[in-house]
Design a protein around this ligand. Sequence first.
Ligand SMILES: [Zn+2]
Length: 295
Amino acid sequence: MEEIAVTRTAHGPFERIVLAAPGGKRGAVLSVYRAGDTLFDAGGSRVAPVLARLLAGAPPRRIVLTHWHEDHAGGVAALRRSFGAIPVHAPEEHVALLRSFDRVPQYRGVHWGQPEPVPDAIPYRSGDAFPAGPVEVEALATPGHTPGHMALLLRGAGRRLALTGDLYVTDRPLTAWWESAADDLVRSWRGMAAGSAFTMLPTHGEVREDGQRAFAEVADLVERAAELVVEAARRLGTRDPAAVAREVFGPEGDFAHRSGGEFSYAAFARSVLDPVRCLPPAPVRLGPPPDADAP
Ligand SMILES: [Zn+2]
């Protein structure tokens, strides 16, 4: 079995299980959460054997997915081989996609593991509730990272906790926007920042007690960057995301090209100029890689 570092912490009724596999600059690190017999997100197939072993003492009886990406849903089938055909709940926009989700680009497959399809996910909508130990979480539509993305909010017991999936991934999110809509994401962030104080429990990165502030800051940053994109598009007289991104952010790095444009400034520019509202989106077209015309 692959060497995966595991960290487990408690946050109200949730147990956070962080699974860190080697790879890339920062490793392939993701979290899943468990409360009672509900597992929130399932991780990727790469960490599934380790996660199945960790959960074996108190097996989950249902899985709730924040969205369909391979680092959240890719390990579902492997977990179900250990725990039986437990129900899997997915945002309604993602149910059909999950049926045939068996391959992602190689650079993602190496990092998280190739996903296995989920043929029978049960659709859920904003406002639906799920058991989380002695209490419940309520789904809240938080589109923008991908259409259909959901956060799961726990209220009560004097503390508000939010499972935010990939709603918040980093404090400088200007790449990884291949399925994204900047305006939706800013609205999702602002909506949560305007509510009552909450602790953010994300899939990637640190737990933030100041969830409202984290969301407000990232919304400000992305709004400013989006304004630059809109101005540059006007100035250049083009809506080509690659050309506009080059003007605003400079040349793309190597990783942008290796990701086929998925992790690129151009993907951010597209999320502003041509926001993704339905899946799957067209690929993001970059210009030639930096060394394309080198001798
Ligand atoms: Zn994601």
